[in-house]
Design a protein around this ligand. Structure first.
Ligand code: ASP
Length: 351
């Protein structure tokens, strides 16, 4: 299959982008991707070698599970040498989770893996899908003069912006501009030209072989604090059977109410081996537990900082680390390690 044409493997998992409206029922149904060229004739103008693979059945991304991530990694690993890059068409609802998970599962990635989707099906007149698809393919096949990929990482491309996958969240259920990377600048902007920001893009070492990872442990939970949260609820969550890790969504820079029962429950949970990671409820900014008394008490209870991580990235990173059977100490250490560009260490970290 290796040709002098740029080659891309297009994987359609499901989601709005690949749907057409059933004229009888008005319901959106997945279309056969072998008919892609019929719907996007523009693709013929490029000298790309495009091979497509379709999930059967195609799935709404609300149904995505770690087993689907493993399937994607298997497909990419199996075809790694044959293609210059990979484009994954995915529903927007959980795209940020999939992108985050893949960034941890594809160790030593040196080729682009670009996820995209759309808010309107590709067959509709005002679709955003064509633009997203065509540009994602172009990004996935763009190389430097030395033949290396310009964007050797897992990204989301949506509405003109190329974002690091594990930094991105879906922020709007209606707008075409539906994703944001709040805590890390975009990697490229697509206008008349695609303007890349090389200093922000991860450097890859193509001499290192891709190491695929498949294991996940889903015994994790996200616990969001709110004024009035009850002791019974927190107790039930922290004592859920088999629970191994908790994302604690706190206020501001990582603060929680000063209630003895809450701190005691958290402390007792960390002593039982549960990893508790502090992530802010704010859409941007970083955890800094040392800043207020309401934060420092969490640190003293054994809660660790998630820094400026997205929830999607923190939860998939935890599932990935737990799946690989690291000890609690090793997991805590790795949560404080930048594995795939998912966190930025704030200045206070180095003090
Ligand atoms: N519910 C759809 C999904 O996430 C929405 C979309 O594709 O944007 O699969």
């Amino acid at each position: 299959m290796k040709t002098s044409y740029p080659s891309v493997l297009l994987i359609y998992t499901g989601g709005t982008i690949g749907m057409i409206e059933n004229p009888d029922t008005g319901v959106l149904e997945a279309f056969n991707f072998n008919h892609l060229l019929k719907h996007v004739p523009e693709l013929k103008k490029f000298n790309y070698q495009i091979v497509s693979y379709q999930f059967d059945p195609a799935i709404d991304s609300s149904d995505i599970e770690p087993s689907h991530w493993a399937k994607l990694v298997k497909i990419i690993n199996h075809n790694y040498e044959k293609f210059d890059g990979f484009v994954i068409l995915h529903g927007t609802d959980t795209m940020a989770y999939t992108a985050s998970a893949l960034s941890f599962m594809l160790e030593n990635l040196s080729k682009p893996v670009i996820l995209t989707g759309s808010q309107l099906p590709i067959g509709t007149l005002r679709t955003d899908g064509k633009e997203n698809l065509i540009t994602a393919i172009e990004i996935a096949t763009t190389k430097n003069a030395d033949g290396t990929a310009v964007v050797p990482e897992v990204c989301i491309f949506f509405e003109n912006h190329l974002m690091r996958g594990n930094r991105t969240s879906k922020i709007n259920s209606e707008d075409f501009n539906a994703f944001r990377s709040h805590n890390y600048p975009i990697l490229a902007r697509a206008g008349i030209h695609i303007k890349y920001e090389p200093d922000r893009i991860r450097k890859a070492d193509p001499s290192k072989p891709l190491i695929p990872h498949y294991l996940f442990d889903t015994n994790v939970v996200i616990l969001t604090l709110f004024p009035g949260i009850s002791k019974d609820v927190v107790t039930a969550v922290l004592h859920a059977p088999k629970i191994r890790a908790v994302i604690l969504k706190t206020y501001g820079t990582g603060n929680a109410p000063r209630k003895d029962w809450l701190i005691n429950l958290l402390k007792e949970a960390t002593e039982r081996g549960i990893v508790i990671v502090n992530i802010t409820q704010c859409s941007s900014g970083c955890i800094e537990m040392e800043r207020y008394e309401t934060g420092i008490q969490l640190l003293q209870a054994g809660v660790i900082s998630g820094y400026d991580s997205t929830v999607e990235s923190a939860i998939t990173k935890l599932m990935y680390l737990l799946g690989h059977n690291y000890s609690q100490e090793e997991i805590r250490k790795k949560m404080y390690t930048d594995l795939a560009g998912e966190i930025t260490f704030p200045a206070y970290h180095f003090r």
